[in-house]
Design a protein around this ligand. Structure first.
Ligand SMILES: O=C(O)C(=O)C[C@H](O)[C@@H](O)CO
Length: 257
């Protein structure tokens, strides 16, 4: 039996737009609920959310049977972190703060078993192989992993063309918050100077044949990015949505008094 087919990777390769949501609640029952909404992909955030390997594992388990594909964002680009989330059953990994082709290459190596990479051999007792039930896991896993790297600094934008040549990188995600901060516009990703860089980056990524991704909380911006050719576009953050409706309900209820 081979490793599960990564339909998200296939969709990105075909250029089929994928609508996603950022999940920062770090609680499997919330992930399970969000997994019923119909998003194509969900980021389980290990960079800025209070997730650890166990809570990420629990959220991956909670998405069993969901049509939403889990994308696990590790805290930083470290080989051992990639290994842990792959063994926990993630097939698509998002790596923040990738500024150079060399960093991207290291991550591509971390994603795959030898001879293509350096992934350590530990899947037999791991969730990834269904605890050994997927007997051909090691032989087939390399084909089903998907690596997304984040370009979110002036350095990454300067090195983007080199990053795009790295074999094993399936897509590049623009991080608007960090990119705008690094460009001198903290908290102002909508600044025209930042949007100009984002537009150019999306065009360069798509014309290289790799998938471009981004996060925005504006559906108007999402439409623009999709029209530019971005393939994986996240349109919100779970806790922001939760906070918004919670505050509004409280306000509306108090207005009854
Ligand atoms: O720079 C960005 O934008 C991202 O990487 C996404 C953020 O980390 C996300 O947490 C929303 O602020």
């Amino acid at each position: 039996m081979p490793a599960p087919h990564n339909s998200f990777k296939t969709a990105l390769a075909k250029g089929d737009a994928q609508i996603g949501l950022w999940v920062v609640a770090s609680e499997a029952s919330v992930t399970e609920m969000i997994g019923t909404a119909g998003f194509d992909w969900l980021v389980l955030d290990g960079e800025h959310a209070p997730n650890d390997i166990r809570s990420l594992r629990d959220s991956l388990m909670a998405l069993n049977g969901s049509d939403s594909h889990p994308v696990v964002r590790i805290p930083i680009g470290e080989t051992w972190m990639v290994k842990q989330v792959l063994d926990a059953g993630a097939q698509t990994v998002l790596v923040p703060m990738v500024d150079t082709a060399e960093q991207a290459r290291d991550m591509a190596l971390a994603m795959r078993y030898p001879p293509l990479g350096v992934r350590g051999m530990g899947a037999t007792g791991a969730r990834a192989s269904r605890f050994g039930e997927i007997t051909d896991y090691v032989a087939t896993a390399n084909d089903e992993v998907c690596l997304l790297v984040q370009a979110e600094s002036r350095a990454a934008i300067a090195n983007l063309d080199d990053i795009l040549t790295v074999e094993g990188v399936d897509g590049v995600f623009i991080g608007p918050a960090d990119l705008s901060a690094d460009m001198g516009f903290p908290g102002a990703a909508s600044a025209p100077e930042v949007q100009e860089v984002i537009t150019d980056a999306i065009k360069r990524i798509t014309s290289s044949g790799k998938a471009a991704g981004i996060l925005t909380q504006s559906l108007d911006d999402a439409k623009t990015y999709l029209e530019l050719g971005a393939t994986f576009v996240a349109v919100g953050i779970d806790m922001v949505m939760y906070a918004k409706v919670t505050r509004q309900l409280c306000k509306d209820a108090k207005a009854l008094l």
